[in-house]
Each structure stands twice: as C-alpha cells, then as structure tokens.
Design a binder for this molecule. Structure first.
Ligand SMILES: [Zn+2]
Ligand SMILES: [Zn+2]
Ligand SMILES: [Zn+2]
Length: 130
C-alpha cells in the first residue's frame, strides 16, 4: 500500500469502484485482467436469495474474496442466468452448444427451437392460403 508522508496508507481512488474490489486490491493484490471477485461467504451460504437482496455483496472481508473467471462467478451464483447456465439442453432436448445458443436479455434461447417455430409458422400460413 502507498503511504503518505505521515505514514498513513492512501488509496488513490480516481473512479468509483466497488468496495470489495478496493478491499481486494488493498489486502490481497492486483486483480488480473478478465477475472472477477467472488464472495466465498455468499457461495457457501445456500440460504442467500442472491441478487440485490444479497447481503454478501457489501462484504469487504478480504478473506471472503476470491478471484474467479467471470463464468465461474455466474455459475456459482443463483441468479436466473446462473440457473440457466447450468442447463445443458433446452426443454425440447436440444443441446445448448455455442452454435445452437442465442443469448438474450432473459437468458439463453435454443436456435433449433427457434427454427422449428419459424417453420411451423410458415407452414400454418401456407395452409391458411390454400
Ligand atoms: Zn463475507
Ligand atoms: Zn449472498
Ligand atoms: Zn430446442
């Protein structure tokens, strides 16, 4: 940590940053590019509702902070997108491969199902015409 001339530790905060990120930077060291901080106290508390209700998000105990890959962070969480990420197949049994997955705001969508739906729609339209 940097010290001022009176021996106090100083943090140069040039921008707004999460308190837990600052805590990690100060007590644990640098945050590698591309990694995010996971709250281990949150991950081990299965009763936590997650999201903005989560009290662990404000935790700045450096012992509870761990650097993880961004994907790991969402997989461990319990947000809808995290639960979605655990699913390997859509509800019609198509596998969520990178090619078959469309990322949407509300989660992932299956491309194969989208194609089937579009084809069924076109078939119906054709039937109506004839
Ligand atoms: Zn904690
Ligand atoms: Zn939590
Ligand atoms: Zn599907």
């Amino acid at each position: 940590m940097a010290l001022d001339r009176d021996g106090y530790g100083v943090i140069q905060a040039t921008r707004r940053d999460s308190a837990h990120r600052i805590a990690y930077l100060v007590f644990r060291g640098s945050i590698e590019r591309g990694l995010v901080i996971d709250h281990t106290c949150h991950t081990s508390d299965t009763s936590c509702p997650g999201g903005s209700e989560c009290l662990h998000r404000r935790c700045v105990n450096p012992a509870h902070l761990e650097l993880v890959e961004p994907g790991e962070n969402t997989r461990r969480g319990k947000s809808p997108s995290a639960l979605n990420a655990q699913k390997t197949h859509c509800r019609h049994g198509h596998q969520f491969t990178p090619d078959n997955t469309v990322i949407r705001d509300d989660g992932r969508a299956c491309r194969a199902c989208g194609r089937h739906a579009a084809a069924a729609y076109r078939r119906r339209k054709k039937e109506m015409k004839s």
